[in-house]
Design a protein around this ligand. Structure first.
Ligand code: HAM
Length: 430
């Protein structure tokens, strides 16, 4: 027996309806990103592993458990992986081309697939798509506010009204370290209650305990956050003031937010502002998008000290939250023939219509006239051009309106203009 194949678990086949919706979402995203002044880049899905180890962090779930490694083809190959996210990659691109020497400020956007070897479930895939933006070269809170307002604007345009913005600040690197040592001190007393992963995290990277999915660890982490961070004792005055200013700015833009002191995000590169947009309709994988500041990442990847900020929205989660279909564009015209001898003529006319930009199609399966008309009707095609021997000899073709069943004879040489007129006024045959 010949083996038949199925798609890889955690990947998704977009059928035509879903692909149409995907493209609409991407189109709306691109429009908003351009309005905000972001320039699109297209980067490879293959990257060197170190880019992510040095940025996302060695002890994060993404790097520890989810990276897809590509087998080396030659000894000279570096350790190649499928990119799990875009931010570190954009920074690699920025540094490789020394863009900071060309200008002190850059805005980039990207749309493309990301890969994480997660345990698949609803809303959690192993290949998914990001619509993202990164702005490099400014520490202004206006940029943080822009990222938040832009990601919400994209969701508005797409039609996702049910979402909540969660926001927090981690403070600068020194604040973050202070926070981590407080966390380590506090949770060391409860070490025996933590899961094995968190026991390890406690030594290597205590912040990651706050992303643990184990219920008991979550409770311990939440109680620490509520007590320790509500007063934000670990924040320096500058970071505290900046965060307050950002919140005020959001209020002045009428952007509702929830200040969530437990929000730290699962990637190590963040400093200061972090945010997540959640939709309750999504169940446990409720983050539809997320972002924040990463003022140390460029330096950590070997560049100068340059502040930056960004976000990414998950396209598949947007589709889940929308819960609707988008019909793919259908042809306006169908070419039908009576008898085989006019098929070639029909194909040439089809080509002329397509050259004129008319969205049209024909039968490729030698169907009877009845079969051809049934197919056109099923596809919802409004106009049929019918080539029949007798009329064709007189230089005429038949144009049929499938909705009204009206038909008229049109001179061959006039058919393209007649069809374009009928499509343009949307009224079919006059
Ligand atoms: P992230 O939170 O890992 O952030 O991913 C952003 C969004 O991608 C999530 O909110 C979610 O909607 C979607 N997503 C993540 N993992 C999956 C998955 N396994 N299946 C389906 N959707 C998923 C980042 O990647 C950062 N690079 C965002 C950023 C940009 N921060 C600054 N600049």
């Amino acid at each position: 027996m010949i083996k038949t194949y199925k798609s890889i678990r955690g990947t998704y086949d977009f059928n035509p309806d879903e692909a149409s919706l995907f493209n609409k979402i991407a189109e709306k995203g691109r429009h908003v990103l351009a309005v905000y002044g972001y320039e699109e880049i297209i980067l490879p899905v293959l990257e060197e592993e170190g880019v992510f180890i040095r940025s996302v962090g060695e002890t994060t779930d993404i790097v520890e458990k989810q990276i897809f490694r590509i087998a080396k083809r030659t000894e000279a190959d570096s350790d190649i992986v499928l990119r799990p996210e875009g931010t570190a990659q954009v920074v690699r691109f920025f540094l490789e081309h020394a863009l900071h020497k060309q200008s002190d400020f850059h805005k980039f956007s990207y749309i493309g697939p990301m890969f994480r070897g997660e345990r698949p479930q609803k809303g959690r895939l192993r290949q998914f798509h990001h619509i993202g933006a990164e702005a490099i070269g400014s520490d202004s809170i206006f940029l943080d506010a822009e990222m938040i307002s832009m990601s919400l604007k994209i969701l508005d345009e797409i039609g996702i009204a049910e979402r909540k913005l969660h926001i927090n600040t981690l403070g600068c690197q020194a604040d973050k370290e202070k926070f981590m040592s407080l966390l380590k001190k506090d949770l060391s007393e409860r070490r025996s209650e933590l899961c094995d992963d968190c026991k390890r995290r406690l030594e290597k990277n205590p912040l990651r305990i706050l992303d643990c999915k184990e219920e008991h660890c979550k409770k311990i982490a939440a109680s620490f956050c509520q007590t320790e961070t509500s007063g934000k004792g670990y924040l320096c005055d500058d970071c505290k003031n900046k965060f307050q200013e950002l919140l005020k700015l959001l209020e002045s833009l009428n952007i509702a937010y929830i200040h969530n002191p437990c929000l730290v995000r699962g990637l190590d590169y963040y400093t200061n502002t972090v945010f997540e947009i959640k939709s309750e309709s999504l169940g446990s994988q409720d983050a539809i998008g997320a972002g924040g500041r990463y003022n140390n990442l460029i330096k950590n990847l070997g560049g100068p000290e340059i502040p930056a900020c960004g976000f990414a929205l998950g396209v598949e989660r947007i589709i889940l939250a929308l819960n609707k279909k988008e019909e793919p564009p259908k042809p306006d015209v169908f070419m039908a023939v009576i008898g085989e001898n006019l098929r070639e003529e029909s194909f040439r006319l089809l080509q002329s219509l397509r050259d004129a930009g008319v969205h049209c199609d024909m039968d490729y399966c030698a169907k009877s006239l009845k079969g051809q008309l049934r197919y056109a009707e099923k596809k919802g095609i409004k106009l049929v051009i019918l080539l029949a021997d007798e009329e064709y000899k007189q230089g005429l073709v038949i144009l049929k309106d499938m909705e009204t069943s009206e038909q008229e004879k049109v001179k061959k040489e006039d058919i393209i203009d007649t069809v374009r007129g009928a499509i343009a006024d949307g009224e079919g045959i006059a």
